[in-house]
Write a protein that binds this ligand. Sequence first.
Ligand code: DQA
Length: 143
Amino acid sequence: RRVLVLNGPNLGRLGSREPEKYGSTTFAELVGVCEKAGADLGLEVEVRQTDDEAELVGWLHEAADGRIPVVLNPAAFTHYSYSLRDAIAQRTAPLIEIHLTNPATREEFRHTSVVAGVATGTIAGFGLDSYRLALRALTNLDS
Ligand code: DQA
């Protein structure tokens, strides 16, 4: 089963980006972790990252058209992107919203997710394990 793991803005800078919050694992290492976790679960995982809202919306259209399950870390788009929300609302397979940190414990503006209401579920606060847990959850869901 093919799965897309999509990542929003600034996540390509993992490893050097505020390591006290996001850890020292690089984005390249995150890709490896997701591919390995996916393979262990019998999933063919493709990991992508963009800083561009339009590109992310396009990938969500691709997932909707292909009935492909998605693990999505929308990063800062989480908190304000209605175009991302509207793209997710078109989904034809499960989509799990994930975050490395727990936004509920952070600044007030991070307490709102405009995408949570159209996701299958949300996993937040477990660092890299948020990705592993989401892939695991997908295997237990019927698309
Ligand atoms: C994040 C949390 C967001 O608030 C933030 O804008 C990010 C990363 C996380 O994975 O913890 O870029 O989605």
